[in-house]
Design a protein around this ligand. Structure first.
Ligand code: G1P
Length: 289
């Protein structure tokens, strides 16, 4: 199973990050030196993905500009011999073949992924949620692709989440296949305590077969009156194999302020330009706390 295509739903309005996201797409907020969306694209590319469709909505134009060339700026940087900056502004446009499609209606994650049908065609594909940033040794999407290939199955990324957080996610019914890989037999989106199958929630990464599109087309609105991807996957795992990969890595929800700050600090601690300085800075602050 060769997975060459990825879909990134990025049509949300960023309400948990207002007012910063009033006129900037939440995907364009910087994490240290790059916008959040670039980390997602880099993970996809490092996992072997060549073609990427970003599902957008009104007001996401700056994302399209970011993944394009900017000749006036590039000429200026070249003339000034600022080659590091020059490379960094050209890089996003060279990462992959990036396509954009507007969702047009706000009808949920399942509806957004459903818009990718023509782009995906008849191939398995990855889905990477725009808010979920991963820090891992092996790209999380690659971990899922490897498991999907091994088991001839679709795959979802998972980790156990605390009881009190589960209602914000989804809950998987699973049976162990090996240490960190499980067979998925059922699931529920935003579970009430009585509906929980386990503390394993889907966290932002999927490898799906194109069978999902017919299922999504026939779905009724679910939680929150929206077409839920999880409701589609519940049907998919009933008719074809699906595995859950308890992935190695840390997941950050950059769509809320605390998750965004955690990611900023952790990535800045790892960054060549800022790591050492930030460590000293945090030490000096911790003395005052
Ligand atoms: C979405 C999915 C949910 C998943 C969560 C975290 O929810 O519907 O199943 O657990 O992302 O990746 P949302 O954050 O859009 O409410």
């Amino acid at each position: 199973m060769k997975v060459r295509k990825a879909v990134i739903p990025a049509a949300g309005i960023g309400s948990r990050m207002l007012p910063a996201t009033k006129s900037i797409p939440k995907e364009m907020l910087p994490l240290v030196d790059r916008p959040v969306i670039q980390y997602i694209i880099e993970e996809a590319v490092a996992s072997g993905i060549e073609d990427i469709l970003i599902i957008t909505n009104r007001g996401k134009g700056p994302m399209e500009d970011y993944f394009d060339y900017f000749p006036e700026l590039e000429l200026r940087l070249e003339a000034d011999k600022k080659y590091d900056y020059l490379n960094s502004v050209k890089r996003p446009a060279d990462l992959a073949n990036i396509y954009f499609l507007r969702q047009k209606e706000t009808r949920g994650l399942g509806h957004a992924v459903g818009r990718a049908r023509t782009f995906v065609g008849d191939e398995p594909f990855a889905v990477l949620l725009g808010d979920d940033i991963m820090k891992s040794k092996v790209p999380v999407t690659k971990q899922l692709i490897d498991a999907a290939e091994k088991y001839g199955a679709s795959a979802v990324g998972t980790q156990a989440v605390p009881d009190e957080a589960l209602a914000r996610y989804s809950s998987l019914k699973i049976e162990a296949l090996e240490e960190n890989i499980y067979r998925v037999t059922d699931m529920v989106e935003k579970p009430k305590p009585s509906e929980r199958f386990s503390n394993y929630a889907i966290l932002g990464r999927y490898v799906l077969t194109p069978d999902i599109f017919d299922i999504l087309d026939g779905l009724e609105p679910g939680y929150g009156g929206e077409i839920q991807l999880t409701d589609g996957l519940k049907k998919l795992c009933a008719v074809s194999p699906m595995v859950a990969v308890d992935f190695e890595g840390v997941r950050y929800d950059t769509g809320n302020l605390k998750g965004y700050l955690e990611a900023t600090i952790d990535f800045a601690l790892d960054h060549d330009e800022t790591g050492e300085w930030l460590r000293e800075y945090l030490k000096s602050k911790s003395e005052l706390l």
